[in-house]
Design a protein around this ligand. Structure first.
Ligand code: ADP
Length: 481
């Protein structure tokens, strides 16, 4: 089975969030069960700098509406075959994949991801300029959403599926882009790419793709309802027979406390003594008092409403009185960053903040914190709750999306029957979050029960194997159709 996996970010070449983790790990897991998956990613400066050995595959000099581009091929560090779409005019610039250094969306994003989608579709047609023809194109999020539309209007095209990693981001642009991106005018229609007078890359995929997947079974249900459907609940409900929720796995090599190169001391469920050294290292890095017995709460997150950090910031002063310490890594909303910074100045030694993106610190937080807080308002899947469990750092989560699918609340019963893996609250209020953190802190002071919980967390299997098999079944189903 040959699959082209089109994505706008992939670990370790370029990452802003969970999509990159999935794009890095899922293709490798699929290859290990016999699927020939190849990844297509834009040649951002960061990607080009890491592409040491490559072959030239094709040029795209006269695609109407797009600057000249080339397709290169190489290998990911994990040996997954890689296609890089090199178009310096669109991709090689200082800043992130979607935004400039000041956090503004690139003004030409429609063209940037229109080209990515267009080329993904060209590679999925019998007229492809390269020798390898996939049987299906697997698109991910809005950035590759137009692929399904381009494929739909191309003769000799293979089918496509779209995976929704976050329905909140839809790639909405003015209607005029339909013409600029050389899509047929007829697709600007409710049965097509139109979304309330604009065009939407994601809706294009939800309409034209042969199958839709999303990253947890619970989120697959939630997005069919108004509260989390972001206006697309109607279309998703119509397509529910073609909609499958598959829980993400994690890269168990990259995220392994027994092998982690980023942390102060390695440890395993058999010998967790290394956690203390990581806690001390984490406290030092975040300017926290070196207190071995105070519960330390870790946070790694984008600073947005979605992640519910506003609630955590609101109760942070009360939390210091429990008492607990807080180590927080992330960036995003300027106001939230300011509040977080102010708190670290008001509560020195108790609240430590790092604004920015740091792979190394994110590993250290998972290893050194006692518990991990993730009070997301909605969460398609989430990854840090998996990492936390694997590092013996019980997560405290809101019962939504993939968090509800992957964390089992710790009670007397679940602790005894071996299913407990963290703390879960329903109802997004400061009271519920506070009460749940308090419950976790109480258990922390019961050494025996806490150790039992940490060991249970570490015994869970989050490898990609099961999910990769589920994706293979979806591919087969589409191909059989
Ligand atoms: P989302 O994709 O919505 O941001 P996920 O939980 O699915 O959320 O994935 C986020 C990924 O990005 C995780 O691997 C997390 O550790 C990582 N991450 C988020 N913010 C940071 C940061 N500031 N520094 C390092 N890693 C981060």
């Amino acid at each position: 089975m040959k699959i082209l996996f089109a994505t706008s970010e992939v670990v370790p070449l370029i990452k802003t969030g969970g999509l990159a983790d999935v794009s890095g790990a899922l293709p490798a897991a699929l290859r290990s069960i016999g699927v020939d998956v190849r990844v297509l990613v834009p040649g951002y400066s960061q990607v080009m700098a890491q592409l040491t050995q490559h072959k030239f595959e094709a040029t795209f000099n006269d695609l109407p509406g797009f600057p000249a581009a080339r397709l290169l091929s190489g290998l990911m560090p994990n040996k997954v075959p890689l296609y890089v779409l090199d178009c310096p005019t669109l991709y090689q610039r200082e800043g992130g994949p979607y935004q400039d250094a000041a956090g503004q969306d690139w003004s030409d994003n429609a063209q940037r991801f229109g080209l990515l989608s267009k080329v993904a579709a060209m590679l999925g047609c019998s007229t492809s300029p390269i020798g390898w023809l996939p049987e299906l194109v697997h698109c991910n999020d809005w950035q590759t959403g137009l692929t399904s539309a381009y494929l739909h209007f191309s003769p000799g095209a293979v089918p496509s599926i779209i995976t929704i990693h976050n329905l909140a981001f839809q790639g909405i642009f003015p209607a005029t882009m339909v013409q600029s991106l050389h899509l047929p005018g007829s697709c600007f229609n409710i049965n097509g790419v139109e979304f309330h007078g604009n065009m939407s890359f994601l809706k294009a995929a939800l309409f034209y793709a042969d199958h839709i997947t999303t990253v947890s079974p619970n989120y697959a249900i939630e997005i069919q309802k108004e509260a989390l459907g972001f206006g697309l609940q109607g279309l998703l409900t119509t397509r529910r027979k073609d909609l499958t929720g598959i829980l993400n796995g994690i890269d168990t090599v990259e995220w392994d406390p027994a092998r982690d190169k980023h942390i102060a001391k390695r440890f395993s469920s058999k010998d967790m003594s290394g956690k203390a050294a990581n806690k001390e290292a984490l406290q030092s890095r975040f300017g926290l008092n070196l207190e071995a017995n105070l519960p330390l709460l870790g946070v790694v997150s984008r600073f947005t409403e979605q992640k519910g950090l506003d609630l955590l910031l609101e109760i942070a002063p009360l939390l210091t009185e429990l008492p607990v310490q807080i180590a927080m890594l992330g960036s995003g909303d300027a106001q939230m960053q300011k509040v977080a910074r102010d708190l670290s100045h008001l509560y020195p030694g108790k609240i430590g903040i790092h604004i920015g993106f740091s792979e190394e610190l994110s590993h250290l937080i998972e290893a050194g914190a006692d518990m991990f807080v993730m009070p997301s308002r909605f969460e398609p899947c989430g990854l840090n709750q998996f990492y936390s469990q694997r590092y013996g750092t019980p997560p405290i989560v809101h019962a939504t999306g993939g968090l509800a699918d992957s964390v089992t609340d710790c009670t007397e019963t679940t602790l005894k029957n071996g299913t407990a893996s963290g703390f879960v609250f329903s109802g997004m209020t400061v009271g519920n979050l506070m009460g749940t953190i308090r419950r976790a802190v109480e258990l922390y002071h019961d050494n025996e029960k806490w150790n039992a919980l940490c060991k249970l967390c570490m015994s869970k299997d989050f490898s990609w194997e099961t999910s990769a098999k589920a994706y293979r079944s979806v591919y087969l189903k589409v191909l059989e159709k």
